[in-house]
Structure formats: structure tokens, C-alpha cells
Design a protein around this ligand. Structure first.
Ligand SMILES: [Zn+2]
Length: 247
């Protein structure tokens, strides 16, 4: 049985380790980035450490391909009532590209279905669900993207930070307008938010409207995916968001 002093010193050791991890996590540099002006001993600390099996621990990200394995989501019809495109198809093209691009940047990525059984208690640095909005003509303002953060995790501030990163980077990369006025309760109370481990930071993005943004979503899918990838990396590596003045 440990003595009282023993438990206290263990307590402080754990506290010290938690502090160190928090510091390291916050200052995680993006691979290939130099440590400009940083303390060299800190740089040393941040060098990826190999596990006893010789593998390095990689950052895990979950990507939900909206509606995959369940339903079609929003549907586009031609003049004769035939289905020409489904939201699920578009989501999957984007989600697969996001997975590939994040893997190329050294991250571990799980591509998940809408009601994937792995979502129960899912643990990762971040989870992003990809959806798109209606294929019906609403009005000329029905263009652009929306982002909502999970507010029911342990740290809503980190979820807000993930959403802010996604919003900033997606807008920069795609040039599509941010469309905050149509963020629905379905987005804010997205089912997966309450299924995943509360320590997993999560957000949902609707990358465009299938009617007015159809051409962009289908012919510039690489840019769409890149916008999400840059948003995830901004969050993971705690990068700066420069607020642009709203016109
Ligand atoms: Zn959807």
C-alpha cells in the first residue's frame, strides 16, 4: 500500500505530466514547419516518439460521409422526375478525398458511415461530418456552406475552435460564402455528437447547396476537400485564424 507521501508525489508527477502534455498538444507543429524562434529543447520534445513496436503514434481523425450506408439525403431530379444526383454521392466523393489528403499529410483517418457502429464511444482528435444542402431552387441566396460545432462534449470551446477553423479555411480555399442563417437544429443537435466519446471534438459541415453550387461541388471537388483538410489541420496544429472584417 503506498504511503501518504507516495500518493502525493504521484499526484504531482501526474499533474506535471498533464501540464507538459497540454503544452505539447497546444504547440504541436505542423510537419515540415520549422521551429522558428522556439526553444530547441521544446523542439526536441515535439519530435515524434516511436513506440516500443517501432510505430509512431499518429493523430486520428474521423470523417463521416453523410448518409452513407443509410439513405440518399437530398436528391436532384431532371425535368422528367429521374434522379440525376444524390447528396450521399456528393458527400462520399468529398469525404473519400478528404480521407486521402489527410492520410497523405500523415494523419490516421477513419471514413465512417452515417450510422456507423464505430461512432458509439468513438475516440479521435476530431470528428467532422460532411453533408450538403437541398437540390431544390430556393432563391439566389441559397449558395455557400454552413458549419456547426458539437456543444455537448467535454470542451465546447474546442468544438467552437474546430468550427471556426473549418469556416475560415473552407471559405479561403473555396471562396464560397458562409451561410450562417440556415444552420438548423438538425445540424446543431446532429445525432453523432451524442454518440461519440465526449472527449472527441466534433463539427458538421454542409459544403454547399446542390442546386446553385452543383457545378462547383462536382467540378472542383479537390478544392472542396482541401478546404475541409485545411480546416482540420488548422485545428490539429492550433494555427492562427486571422479575422477578416465583414463587409
Ligand atoms: Zn445531409
Amino acid at each position: 500500500m503506498p504511503s501518504k507521501t507516495g500518493s502525493w508525489s504521484l499526484f504531482f508527477r501526474i499533474l506535471g505530466m498533464a501540464f507538459l502534455l497540454a503544452t505539447v498538444f497546444t504547440l504541436w507543429p505542423r510537419p515540415g514547419q520549422n521551429f522558428g524562434g522556439w526553444n530547441p529543447s521544446l523542439a526536441l520534445l515535439l519530435t515524434p516518439v516511436a513506440s516500443p513496436q517501432g510505430e509512431t503514434t499518429r493523430i486520428r481523425i474521423g470523417i463521416v460521409s453523410g448518409h452513407m450506408g443509410n439513405d440518399s439525403g437530398a436528391v436532384c431530379y431532371d425535368g422528367n422526375g429521374n434522379v440525376t444526383l444524390t447528396e450521399a454521392e456528393v458527400n462520399q466523393r468529398i469525404a473519400s478525398l478528404v480521407q486521402k489528403k489527410l492520410q497523405e499529410r500523415g494523419l490516421e483517418v477513419d471514413l465512417l458511415q452515417e450510422f456507423d457502429t464505430r461512432l458509439n464511444g468513438y475516440r479521435a482528435v476530431a470528428l467532422v461530418s460532411i453533408h450538403n444542402d437541398s437540390c431544390e431552387y430556393i432563391n439566389e441566396q441559397a449558395t455557400g456552406f454552413k458549419v456547426a460545432a458539437a456543444s455537448n462534449g467535454y470542451d465546447p470551446n474546442r468544438a467552437a475552435r474546430l468550427a471556426a477553423c473549418l469556416q475560415d479555411r473552407y471559405q479561403r480555399v473555396t471562396g464560397l460564402p458562409f451561410h450562417p442563417n440556415t444552420i438548423t437544429r438538425d445540424m446543431r443537435e446532429y445525432h453523432a455528437f451524442s454518440e461519440i466519446d465526449p472527449g472527441t471534438v466534433a463539427a458538421i459541415i454542409e459544403t454547399g447547396f446542390l442546386y446553385l453550387d452543383r457545378d462547383y461541388l462536382l467540378n472542383h471537388t479537390g478544392q472542396v476537400a482541401e478546404g475541409i483538410v485545411e480546416g482540420v489541420l488548422c485545428f490539429v496544429y492550433n494555427e492562427n485564424i486571422e479575422t477578416t472584417p465583414v463587409p
